[in-house]
Write a protein that binds this ligand. Structure first.
Ligand code: ATP
Length: 332
């Protein structure tokens, strides 16, 4: 039995359908990421799981119990928002103790112990006497996380928790959140529009678009075997071509550039139109002789060995096995 079951959920706001028959099963201890473009229904789904929003139709089961009508306050979850939502007039320690004090069953001794335990877990114990304004964004978000887990919730909801942070801090916090999640074994659902975040953190990704789930799978499955043209285009980069009813996709890193056609591969002669250095990789843009555009990702070390420039004539080669194809009906 799944720990959390979302069954045929529909949510309509006025005339706007935010969720259209969404079903999903989450196992205990899983880290699930809900990924999709702005307005696809991610936050609405998270809010329904939290009980902060009532569905128009469908049910939510937690541990096999129908919780669809259960008030948010009666559901045992912790939540972390993009905006941290800390009390500004309370220290780090007071922010955490405040939530614990609402739980009358937890003794004072245990509250102090738990506060210390979670602050050590997020590496903030030495900052416990500081106020939110004295902390960096990353430290504020770690405080919010410590506060959420201090209540020992059954599940953890993360709503774009890293979006407000700069790239370095974001990457460090990703690892920290994953480590804590695995250590506690806590079922976690994170909403994000950042594919890299979903790919690096989640056990399984739920890709949403236009109020429906497009695909559910491990990061590897979603990347290697996207089930629709939308997923193919949304996750990673994809060269996409239309031919009649069919759509073909080829990942930029699957293409080999050469001065002559490579035998046994699909060969598309063309011209280099731009070269973009991206650090470890370099993206090369080209125009094939059939006027279609193409982009190729190469390891930067290889590029310096190959030595080509804008305007050079080249051949773009790839194998048939690396082509993904879809029927046009699936395009959005
Ligand atoms: P974002 O990444 O921009 O936060 P999202 O994927 O989380 O987007 P939702 O916030 O779930 O999307 O919204 C889904 C749709 O439902 C949108 O079209 C939105 O305008 C609409 N919607 C959400 N909340 C409400 C509301 N309270 N009243 C009316 N419409 C709403």
């Amino acid at each position: 039995m799944a720990f959390l079951e979302v069954k045929n959920i529909v949510k309509v706001f006025d005339k706007q359908t935010a969720l259209n028959d969404v079903s999903l099963e989450i196992e205990k201890g899983e880290f699930i990421s809900i990924l999709g473009p702005s307005g696809c229904g991610k936050t609405t789904l998270l809010r329904i799981i939290a009980g902060l929003e009532k569905p128009s139709d469908g049910s939510i089961f937690i541990n096999g119990k129908d919780c669809t009508e259960l008030d948010s306050s009666k559901r045992n979850f912790g939540i972390v928002f993009q905006s941290y939502a800390l009390f500004p007039n309370m220290t780090v320690e007071q922010n955490i103790l405040f939530g614990l004090e609402q739980r009358k069953e937890v003794s004072k001794k245990e509250r102090v112990e738990r506060c210390r335990e979670v602050l050590e877990m997020v590496d903030l114990y030495e900052h416990r006497k500081k106020y939110p304004f004295q902390l960096s964004g990353g430290q504020q978000q770690r405080t919010a996380l410590a506060r959420a887990i201090s209540l020992k919730p059954e599940y953890l909801l993360l709503d774009e928790p890293l979006s407000a942070l700069d790239a370095k801090v974001r990457s460090k916090l990703r690892t920290e959140i994953c480590n804590i999640q695995k250590k506690l074994g806590i079922t976690t659902i994170m909403v994000t529009h950042d594919q890299e975040e979903a790919l690096t953190m989640a056990d399984r990704i739920v890709v949403m678009n236009n109020s429906v789930i497009e695909q559910i799978g491990t990061p590897g499955e979603i990347y290697r075997n996207p089930k629709s043209a939308f997923v193919a285009d949304f996750i990673g980069s994809m060269n996409i071509y239309r031919e009649g009813k069919h759509i073909y996709g080829i990942r930029p890193e699957k293409i080999i550039m050469s001065s002559m056609s490579i035998d046994g591969m699909e060969n598309r002669p063309g011209t280099v139109t731009n070269i973009e250095f991206r650090g470890a990789t370099t993206r090369v843009y080209g125009e094939c002789d059939d006027r279609k555009e193409i982009c190729v990702d190469l390891m930067s070390d290889e590029v310096s060995e190959i030595d080509f420039n804008k305007g050079d004539r080249v051949v773009f080669n790839y194998t048939k096995d690396d082509i993904v194809s879809y029927l046009d009906e699936e395009v959005v």
